[in-house]
Design a protein around this ligand. Structure first.
Ligand SMILES: [Zn+2]
Length: 181
């Protein structure tokens, strides 16, 4: 039989009882004798701790980020200081082409240039190993351009930045502001 009050349920060894009145959360189901707690309230509390399955989009994003982490590497290329932004923007554009769904912050490295010499320095970028040759050619071309006149150079540099900016947001100017000389 079902008891309508807790004392009676307890006295008779019944595990549950039902007052017929709503609990503080408005449930009208039975309560447990030992705690006096509404059964539906307990079920609801348990539901809060059941792990929610990750959505497919979350899983895919985690896999992409894991792939970036496993494959991206730091590499250094020598360019003139004024070409550093063009160099790193090109590196970032290559990463975006390779991992379009990954956050671009994964492609950026904040590091001071090293090995300053004659207006140039080694600048660190993050790239996929397969893009090493492409980046080496970019760096060599940027160096070679300095045999041209300054106005030709500025024009070509701007063209490179504009082209890269079509693919990615330009990085913060502050990234390579430290002069290694
Ligand atoms: Zn309840």
């Amino acid at each position: 039989m079902e008891y309508s009050d807790r004392k009676a349920a307890f006295a008779n060894g019944a595990k549950t009882y039902n007052t017929g009145k709503p609990c503080k959360n408005g449930h009208t189901t039975f309560r447990y004798t030992t705690s006096g707690t509404c059964a539906e309230c307990i079920t609801g509390t348990r539901a809060l701790f059941v792990p929610v399955a990750k959505s497919p989009a979350d899983t895919e994003q985690r896999q992409i980020m894991a792939d970036v982490t496993a494959n991206i590497m730091d590499q250094k290329f020598r360019v003139f200081h004024q070409d550093a932004i063009a160099l790193m923007t090109m590196a970032e554009a290559l990463c975006v082409a390779r991992w379009p769904a990954a956050p671009t912050s994964m492609f950026r490295v904040k590091a001071a240039a090293t090995g300053g010499a004659a207006g140039t320095a080694m600048y660190k970028v993050r790239i996929h190993p397969d893009d090493t040759l492409t980046m080496r050619r970019v760096a060599e071309a940027l160096i070679a351009q300095h045999s041209r006149t300054s106005s030709q150079l500025a024009e070509m540099r701007q063209a490179a930045i504009t082209r890269a900016a079509e693919l990615v947001d330009l990085p913060d100017d502050e990234v390579y502001t430290r002069d290694p000389r």
